[in-house]
Design a protein around this ligand. Sequence first.
Ligand SMILES: Nc1ncnc2c1ncn2[C@@H]1O[C@H](COP(=O)(O)OP(=O)(O)OP(=O)(O)O)[C@@H](O)[C@H]1O
Length: 576
Amino acid sequence: MKLPLANTRDTWRGAAKIAKTNWKILSVTTVAQLAAAGAAVAIPFLVGKLLDQITHGTNSAQVTTYIWAFAALVLIQLVCTFVGEYAGQIFGERSFHTLRTNLMRDLLKLPLGTVENAGTGDMLGRITKDIDRIDFFFRRGLGAMLSLLATVIVTYVLAFWTSPLLAPVLFLPLLGMWPLGRWYFPKAIPAYQAGSAMWAEVNGQISENAEQAEHLESLGLVPLRNRRLRHSLTTIFNNERYTAWLRFWLLGVTQLNVLFPLLAVIGWGGYLKSHGLVSTGELTTIFLYVLTLRYPIDESTFWIDQIQYAQTSLSRILGVGTVPADRAPSVTSVTGKAWEMQDLRFRYGNGPEVLKGLDLRLEPGETLAIVGTSGAGKSTLARLLAGIDLPTGGTLTVGDVAIGDLAEDALHKQVALLTQEHHIFDATLAQNLQLAAPDATEDELLSALEAVGATWVRDLPDGLETNLGASQVHLSPSQAQQVALARLVLMDPHTLILDEATSMMDPNSARDIEHALGKVLQGRTVVMIAHRLFTAQDADRICVMEDGQIAELGTHDELVAAEGRYAHLWEAWTAQ
Ligand SMILES: Nc1ncnc2c1ncn2[C@@H]1O[C@H](COP(=O)(O)OP(=O)(O)OP(=O)(O)O)[C@@H](O)[C@H]1O
């Protein structure tokens, strides 16, 4: 399920809020751009006045005064444009900073289940492509648009001041732009939103393909994935072609719009002049204003497009903050460590129930292995115990506190989930480990690594300070898994949930790590999704799941003696 979009009203509200946060610098850039536009637009006004004076007879002193006035206006325009642009850049940077900080805050507040379901592409698209578009708009667009707007406003004001009879021709472009806008926007906005979502999808596919390249090749899935990618790219191409077609009409009709006023000034201006209702100077000024307006109107078509992109991206970025919290925790700490499930039920969204009423108590320090066929609900139960998803029915408590009532910080200090997905950050080994325990000393980091059998740390060129990551020292999957396990050792939770944690490793490495873990995990509650039955054999109790229910529960010996499902699985496993 994709993350939501903010609606148009909330998107504009969000933009206004950001502007309000940085209103001082925004005021500086607005005033400077207005002054620069005023100075630029005053020049045709003075040209008209000078022409009229020359027509009625003038002297060289008056002409010199005009020349000085022109020079002063050019200087004012230069200085104000510089100040406006500079302040605009600062405003852009600050607004962008506010937006990015808010996005990170919203992302970190997302319910874990939402993060898991949103998929890599959607999230990645919002924090890369969408952020880039907003960055461009804030840095370049806002200043440019303020300048265009200021030019248009001052041009209209001075045109009416010059000649109220002739100035209305300047509204002709607006008359054409209004229906054009009403036609363009309702079509363009959804098309741009669809485009962004499609790009996010493609980004996700590409990153998944790159991450899983070896698996895809070994399973012969490359042609299938390529077909899917080609289909997505074709959809993007069609959407881009559609938006290009919309832009073609926007641009074409805009060009026509700026031609009409020129003809109108010549016709209507000529008529007024022949009846003595405007002077030569006034006619010249309005003519120059029509020419002046061509630039902002032309430019505005580019920025209208950029606004679409920015609005779409902003709605995607602000949409992250509209995801409702999935819990309202009221308890900040809990001392008890026992787990209790009573009639525990869960369904994904509106789908069928995948956990259908589980009753189970887990004593502190107990090791429970969960086995069962694929789709039985093992991983779902692990997600519920780790607090990623909340029960949709029944209760799940830890230390007598319902899991949804416990603050997530407190929960994550006590329970940790280890899956086969692990991440090595592009940082030093020490920094990778300190994610789990920021204050851990070097000795503590080394002993955590020793505890999980990661003796290879001694052979690293710079020990704990060795840089890891794709372009640095590359860890094998089992070494990376050991780093993930060492993080757990450092976190020191009272309950550990291992979901297929060792299934990616060759049996020897898996066995080594599980033995090392066995020593380290003494005294903790451990729930392990066991794919290899020898790990289940060592557990205090084994829970056999089938179709979202507990089919059998007991020790290895009890279940083998019962000759039920587990006994058959064990028989098949040992016969291999
Ligand atoms: N994110 C999800 N959205 C919708 N349905 C899901 C989701 N994850 C799992 N399911 C469904 O829930 C059921 C239980 O899946 P689950 O992954 O918990 O089973 P499992 O026993 O862990 O299987 P496996 O051993 O194959 O991982 C399955 O029918 C599965 O299709």
